[in-house]
Design a protein. Structure first.
Lengths: 453, 107
C-alpha cells in the first residue's frame, strides 16, 4: 500500500507556490506538500520585492494564498533549510524535494570604493523599504542630495521611483512607518540611473519605465544622442515590441524641457562605473564612456565624474549555495536538466528546481508559473518510482519539535496579517508592515498564548 | 489598467501567455484568447512571451486599437470573473467582432 505523494518545497515565494498549485491541480487528492520558508511569512519577492506602491501586482497575494489554503498544503515558516533541517532530513522524509528558494545574493561591480558606507546594493534598499526582517528601519538615511542607481532593469526602476516619488503618494501603502519617516526627510534631489549598454539592451519593461516619467514633481533628462541606435540595436528593437515601446518612452523624455521641478531623474546610457570616489563617504561615481561592439563593449576613454553621495547597484542577483545540494558557481544556480537537479552528470530522481535558483535571476513573476508546470511534469513522470521509496513522513515534525524550531504555520501567518492590518488602521491606512523578525514572531504567537490561558 | 489582446491572436492562439499569466486570467474563445480586465494584475508577463506581439497595455493602445479593450470588457460583461482559466476551461465562443473576421492564416 502506498500513501500520498509527499513533496517538500524549499521557499514559499511565487515559484514554490506555483509548484504547489500545479501539483494540487494535476494530482487529484493523493498529494501532500510542505512548503518551507526561512521567513515567518510566505510569498517571497511578492512581499519583499514588489514595490509597495504596485498595489495591483500585490493583489496576486490573494491567488497565492488560495494555494496555501488548500488542505493538502502546509506552510512551515521560520524554518531555515540547511540549518534547522538539512537536505538529508528532507530527502528521508519526502518522496521529492523542490528547490525554489530564489537568488538573493547581490552581484558586485568589482570596482574601487565599492566598500564605502554609502555604496549599497539595490537589494538592501528594497529590503529596507519593503520591511524585510534582514534589514532594519535605520538601514538607510537619505541624506544624499544625489544618488546613482547602477543598472537598467526593473529593479533599478523601482529603486529610482522610490527615491523620487512624493512621500505623500506612498502613505496609503503598507510601507513600514519608520521607513515612511526616513522618506519624508529625504534630501534626494537628483537620481542618476545608468548602465554600460544602450536603450536596446536595457531589461526594463515599458509600463514600469513610463511610470518614472509620470511622477509628479520630477523632471526627466535623457541625452537624445544616447538614443541613436547602431544596426544591431535597431534589429533588436524591430524584433521586440517591448523594446520599441521603451525606446518611444525614452524619446519622449529626451524632448522634454526641465520645468524646474524639485527632483530630477537623469538617465545615462553607455557609461561604465570604474570607481566610487571618496575617503570615508561616497563623494562621486567615476564612469567611463563606452560604445557597443557586437555583443561586447569598447571603452571610449572619456571619463566623467558624477557627483553623488550614494550609489545603489542593481546589476543582478545570484543564488546561494546550499549544503548537500549541487551548485554551479559560474552561473550561481543549482544545475538541472528538465527541472531535475543534476547529480553525477545526470538528472536525479526526487530533486527538482523551480524559479531563479534553477534558471538564474531572469524573467518576471509570471515566468515562474510556466517553470512550475515543467517542474511538476517532471516530478509526476518520476512519481511511480518515487512512491516506491520508503520514507518516514512523521520524521520532519519530530525533528522540528526536538530541535525547538518555532514554526510559523498558516494560523501564525493569519495572525501576522491581522496585526499588520491593525497597525495600519491605527495610522489610517489599510496595512502597515511589521519590519522586524521579533515583531513578526511575536505577532504570529500572540493569540496562541492568550488561547492557552 | 489591464493588458489587451489584439487581432494578431485571431486564428493563431499560441497560448504561451496562458502558461505565464500569474493569475490565470487569459481565457480561450474559439478563434482568439481574451484577457479578463478585472482579473489582470498588470504584470506584463504575457506581453513578453507572446510570439505574435498581440498583447498591449491599455495605456499603450492607439486610438484605432481602442476597440480591442472595449471588446474584452463586453466579452466578460456576460461571463463575469471566473477566477482562473485553467479551472474554468475554454469558453469556446468569440466576441462578435472576432467571430465575423475573415479567417487569418499564419504567414
Amino acid at each position: 500500500m502506498t500513501g500520498p505523494l509527499r513533496v517538500a518545497v524549499v521557499g514559499a515565494g511565487p515559484a514554490g507556490c506555483y509548484v504547489a498549485d500545479a501539483l494540487c491541480y494535476e494530482v487529484d487528492r493523493d498529494v501532500r506538500l510542505d512548503i518551507f520558508d526561512r521567513l515567518p511569512t510566505p510569498f517571497g519577492l511578492l512581499r519583499y520585492g514588489v514595490a509597495p506602491d504596485h498595489l495591483k501586482m500585490k493583489s496576486l497575494q490573494r491567488t497565492l494564498q488560495r494555494t496555501l489554503d488548500d488542505p493538502r498544503v502546509r506552510f512551515l515558516g521560520n524554518v531555515q533549510i540547511g540549518t534547522d533541517l538539512n537536505i538529508r532530513d528532507l530527502l528521508e522524509s519526502y518522496h521529492a524535494v523542490v528547490y525554489a528558494q530564489g537568488a538573493s545574493r547581490d552581484n558586485q561591480l568589482g570596482i574601487p570604493g565599492e566598500c564605502l558606507p554609502d555604496s549599497r546594493s539595490a537589494t538592501e534598499f528594497v529590503a529596507w523599504y519593503t520591511g524585510h526582517p534582514d534589514s532594519v528601519p535605520s538601514a538607510f538615511s537619505l541624506t544624499a542630495s544625489a544618488v546613482a542607481v547602477v543598472g537598467l532593469g526593473n529593479v533599478a526602476v523601482d529603486v529610482t521611483r522610490m527615491l523620487l516619488k512624493d512621500v505623500d503618494l506612498l502613505r496609503g501603502t503598507d510601507i513600514p512607518t519608520p521607513v515612511l519617516e526616513v522618506l519624508a526627510d529625504s534630501k534626494v534631489s537628483d537620481v542618476h540611473m545608468l548602465g554600460r549598454r544602450g536603450p536596446a539592451q536595457a531589461r526594463w519593461t515599458p509600463k514600469e519605465l513610463r511610470e518614472l516619467g509620470e511622477l509628479p514633481g520630477v523632471d526627466v533628462v535623457v541625452d537624445p544622442a544616447d538614443l541613436v541606435l547602431d544596426e544591431a540595436s535597431q534589429t533588436a528593437v524591430d524584433a521586440d515590441a517591448s523594446l520599441g515601446r521603451c525606446l518611444a518612452v525614452l524619446r519622449e523624455w529626451a524632448e522634454r524641457r526641465p520645468s524646474g521641478a524639485a527632483r530630477t531623474l537623469h538617465v545615462h546610457f553607455f557609461v561604465k562605473p570604474v570607481a566610487i570616489t571618496g575617503i570615508s563617504t561616497v563623494e562621486g561615481l567615476r564612469v567611463e564612456r563606452c560604445r557597443l561592439n557586437g555583443n561586447g563593449l569598447l571603452s571610449e576613454g572619456d571619463v566623467d565624474l558624477l557627483e553623488v553621495q550614494m550609489v545603489l547597484k542593481s546589476i543582478g542577483y545570484l543564488g546561494i549555495p546550499m549544503s548537500g545540494v549541487p551548485f554551479d558557481e559560474q552561473q550561481a544556480i543549482i544545475p538541472s536538466v528538465g527541472s531535475r537537479v543534476v547529480r553525477d552528470g545526470r538528472g536525479n530522481l526526487g530533486e527538482y528546481v523551480c524559479g531563479w535558483i534553477g534558471r538564474g535571476a531572469r524573467g518576471v513573476l509570471g515566468t515562474n508559473k510556466g517553470d512550475a508546470e515543467d517542474c511538476v511534469k517532471a516530478l509526476l513522470t518520476d512519481a511511480p518510482q518515487l512512491l516506491a521509496r520508503s520514507i518516514d513522513p512523521r520524521r520532519i515534525d519530530v525533528l522540528l519539535a526536538d530541535r525547538g524550531i518555532e514554526v510559523v504555520d498558516l494560523v501564525g501567518w493569519a495572525r501576522i496579517e491581522v496585526a499588520e492590518s491593525a497597525l495600519g488602521r491605527a495610522e489610517g491606512r489599510p496595512r502597515a508592515k511589521i519590519a522586524t523578525l521579533d515583531g513578526l514572531l511575536a505577532a504570529a504567537a500572540t493569540r496562541a498564548d492568550s488561547e492557552m490561558k | 489598467m489591464t493588458y489587451v489582446i489584439t487581432d494578431a491572436c485571431v486564428d493563431i492562439m499560441d497560448k504561451s501567455c496562458v502558461r505565464e499569466c500569474p493569475v490565470d486570467c487569459i481565457y480561450e474563445g474559439a478563434r482568439a484568447m481574451y484577457i479578463q480586465p478585472d482579473e489582470c494584475i498588470d504584470c506584463g508577463a504575457c506581453v513578453m512571451t507572446c510570439p505574435m506581439d498581440a498583447i498591449v497595455s491599455d495605456s499603450d493602445l492607439m486610438v484605432e486599437e481602442q476597440p480591442f479593450l472595449d471588446r474584452a470588457i463586453e466579452y466578460f460583461s456576460e461571463i463575469g470573473a471566473p477566477g482562473g482559466a485553467k479551472r474554468h476551461g475554454a469558453i469556446g465562443y468569440d466576441h462578435p467582432s472576432v467571430a465575423t473576421l475573415i479567417p487569418q492564416t499564419q504567414e
